[in-house]
Design a binder for this molecule. Structure first.
Ligand code: ZN
Length: 303
């Protein structure tokens, strides 16, 4: 679904900035003043290829809500305006392009993703990670309290493929967020998170790749391990795994982990990739829970 953004902004005389006209507006975006969190610095961006809205401060928005707030109109009025500027899509359903990302080669960090602070460090230490090492090796950042933004109070983890940041994922540090992990929505990502493998670049030079579920598992196992961002993998991720000659699966030690690992093994088998499913580490321990010594010993044993 496209939205006739240029006509809309012109017809309603909405102040906006094109790339280069404001520091907040990068290539592929059009910025307006965010009617949700205020300010006059073009924080709310419309992504032209992804047809999605995202505010640098208060997060993603749908077009309908943006119209309602931007024009201060009723729900009904916003609906009729939305209908008027919604592109008429004459293509047959199978011709329509699936939204697979912004189409840009990389995504920038939002300004609110800053160097990690003491609460992020405390979280990492509580899980037996050395905060400085994780920052150095994996380039994480952190967010503070941001009202109404689901990205608040998280460790922000860049997802990099071939040296470019495709998207990022935030790990809650409070234990109170509705979602433990928050991922950048597909329409705002250079590549959807489920088409990426965490740790891909660091694992490329290894003959064997070790597959686990989450970034913290990769931090523990180190270079040579990649994560699927959860147990629900996608075909694109299996295609990436097939780039290695040998794959070792160490998904979490529960039924879902074992089932997914077995399925991936079967899919890799078809394309001739040697894949082993490892038994869990002593009674359902996730890789992230291993000691550094046990993790290093395991990685040596699979090489
Ligand atoms: Zn905002």
């Amino acid at each position: 679904m496209t939205f006739k953004i240029h006509e809309f902004l012109r017809d309603f005389k909405i102040e906006h900035a094109l790339p280069g006209q404001s520091a907040k507006v990068t290539e592929g975006w059009i910025g307006v003043h965010c009617p949700f969190c205020g300010g006059d610095n073009f924080k709310l961006g419309y992504n032209v290829k992804g047809n999605g809205w995202n505010c640098w401060a208060c997060g993603g928005k749908n077009t309908f809500k943006v119209i309602e707030r931007l024009l201060s109109v009723s729900n009904d009025k916003a609906a009729s305006i939305y209908t008027k500027y919604r592109g008429t899509d004459k293509s047959r359903p199978q011709d329509r392009q699936r939204i697979t990302g912004t189409g840009l080669s990389t995504v920038p960090w939002p300004y609110y993703c800053k160097p990690i602070q003491e609460p992020h460090r405390a979280f990492l230490r509580s899980r037996n990670f050395d905060p400085d090492k994780i920052v150095d090796k994996w380039g994480i950042r952190g967010t503070g309290p941001i009202p109404r933004n689901p990205q608040q109070l998280r460790i922000m983890i860049p997802v990099t493929m071939n040296g470019e940041m495709m998207c990022y994922q935030g790990r809650d540090i409070t234990g109170k967020a509705r979602a433990k992990y928050w991922s950048l929505p597909t329409e705002l990502s250079a590549k959807p998170i489920k088409s990426c493998l965490y740790g891909y670049d660091e694992a490329k030079s290894h003959d064997t790749v070790v597959v686990c579920e989450g970034p913290t598992d990769v931090w523990r196992l180190g270079p040579g391990a990649v994560a699927l961002f959860g147990v629900a993998y996608r075909p694109a991720q299996v295609r990436l795994l097939a780039e290695w000659g040998r794959v070792v699966m160490v998904l979490d030690g529960d039924d879902a982990g074992y089932e997914a690992a077995s399925k991936i093994r079967d899919e890799l088998d078809i394309v001739g990739v040697d894949c082993a499913v490892m038994p869990t580490f002593g009674g359902g321990v996730d890789p992230a829970d291993l000691t550094d010594e046990d993790a290093a010993a395991f990685m040596r044993s699979v090489r």
